[in-house]
Design a protein around this ligand. Structure first.
Ligand code: FAD
Length: 391
């Protein structure tokens, strides 16, 4: 009887924990198990790139321990435990505890992948400084970064996407020196049209950030306890530590090995169901009806819908308009990117206090927008007019 077998969630990030919370609102009795390779601390990942300026330590970012979460959720939480095999025929997981004790198996009724996304592989960079290049995609990474930052002053940031720009904003306000290097011409170039990206660049640079657009780091060398970076134009930069923010890729290896359909992420329909009817996915690991989004708003919508589906009331998710607030507090920025395949063009209005850009299709319909500074006051009006991501 699969009804008595637990709902098992792999992952205790925002996707896993929010799903568990929503599920318990619907169903207080079905056994619930969460498994995580990390220590299961509940924290808000977006705060990792906005905590220095507020003087928050990594410890202060932990809002609940795994033990507290297990009590709150009436769930069993297996921490420091890696799931390394899923047998979908027998609905059995193979678990490997981090401490090397014997592996175990666990049967599930329904299984949910909330395995997140990992850092994309680095582009080729030469030199012995590579081993000291940090990346931040979890609370323990952030702890490592903050420890490395102690008594240091100069930070080299590689990558001026959302996370790189937020770290630049945070570090410069906390009194660090920041060099920000990106192969594209302006910050957030994959999300923002040039006029909006340049506006953000200007404000970050006025605050002291040194932006090196259209350049790549080719070499990182350890020098006197610090790092020397060489760019592709021969320029060299001196830093104490280096942090790469070069994008993410969904953690799909386990799903692939289990024989699930995987596209860019684990392929699921609008009911968050994978190619196996007993297995679901949400969060950074999931490609939902063709949409791969690494943001909190879509995973919250998925958590609410999937909780209902798992408790017997099948509920498809419908993504509406989900603008992303970029936490560059020096120049608040909001972006609602058009779908990558959208036809249309940006219409830009620039003022001294901010820039507004609307992406309109050939028929004039609003398909996306980007706003900085005082223009972000238009966010709700434009959200109301914009086409939803899913119809
Ligand atoms: P994760 O948090 O990555 O969780 C994955 C979980 O899976 C972990 O518990 C891990 O241990 C577990 N796991 C994986 N594989 C296994 C396995 N085989 N066995 C056991 N456990 C496993 N989004 C916004 O909307 N706004 C923002 O301002 C914003 N800022 C951000 C700033 C930073 C610095 C970063 C890194 C991200 C930011 N994001 C932001 C993105 C947002 O934080 C993510 O979309 C979200 O946290 C993803 O949650 P998740 O639960 O899907 O994945």
């Amino acid at each position: 009887d699969s009804g008595r077998e637990p709902v098992v969630i792999i992952g205790t990030g925002l996707a896993g924990y929010n799903l568990a919370r929503e599920f318990r609102k619907q169903d207080q009795t079905t056994p619930l198990v969460l498994i995580t390779a990390d220590d299961g601390t509940f924290y808000s990942k977006p705060l990792l790139s906005a905590s220095l300026a507020h003087g928050k330590t990594p410890q202060q970012l932990a809002s609940a321990s795994a033990e507290d979460m297990a009590k709150e959720l009436s769930a069993e939480i297996l921490v420091h435990t890696h799931v390394n095999d899923v047998d979908s025929e027998t609905r059995t997981l193979t678990l490997v505890p981090e401490n090397g004790s014997h592996q175990a198996t666990l049967r599930y009724g329904k299984l949910v992948f909330a395995t997140g996304a990992g850092c994309r592989p680095l582009p080729p960079i030469e030199g012995d400084g590579l081993a000291r290049l940090l990346r931040v995609n979890s609370l323990s990474d952030y702890h490592r970064f903050r420890t490395a930052l102690a008594n240091r002053r100069r930070v080299l940031l590689i990558g001026a996407g959302l996370i790189g720009c937020e770290f630049a904003n945070d570090l410069i306000q906390a009194g660090y020196e920041v060099d920000l290097v990106d192969p594209l011409a302006w910050p957030l170039a994959t999300l923002l049209p040039e006029a909006v990206g340049r506006d953000l660049e200007k404000v970050l640079c006025e605050a002291g950030v040194r932006f090196h657009g259209q350049h790549k780091v080719t070499t990182l060398q350890n020098v006197d306890g610090g790092i020397t970076a060489e760019l592709d134009n021969g320029e060299t930069l001196q830093a104490d530590i280096a942090l790469a923010a070069l994008g993410l890729q969904p953690n799909t290896g386990l799903a692939e090995a289990a024989g699930l359909a995987v596209s860019r992420g684990i392929a699921v329909n609008r009911s968050l169901q994978s190619s196996d009817p007993n297995i679901y996915a949400l969060g950074d690991c999931a490609e939902v009806d063709g949409h791969l989004l690494y943001f909190v708003a879509p995973l919250m919508q998925c958590a609410r819908a999937l909780a209902k589906t798992l408790s017997g009331n099948e509920t498809p998710v419908r993504y509406d308009v989900m603008p992303v607030a970029v936490k560059t507090t020096l120049r608040p920025t909001t972006v609602c990117p058009p779908r990558p395949d959208s036809e249309g063009e940006w219409h830009v209005q620039a003022g001294s206090g901010g820039v507004s850009a609307e992406f309109r299709g050939p028929d004039g319909r609003l398909l996306g927008f980007a706003l900085t500074g005082d223009a972000i006051a238009q966010r709700d009006k434009l959200s109301g007019e914009c086409q939803p991501l899913m119809t």
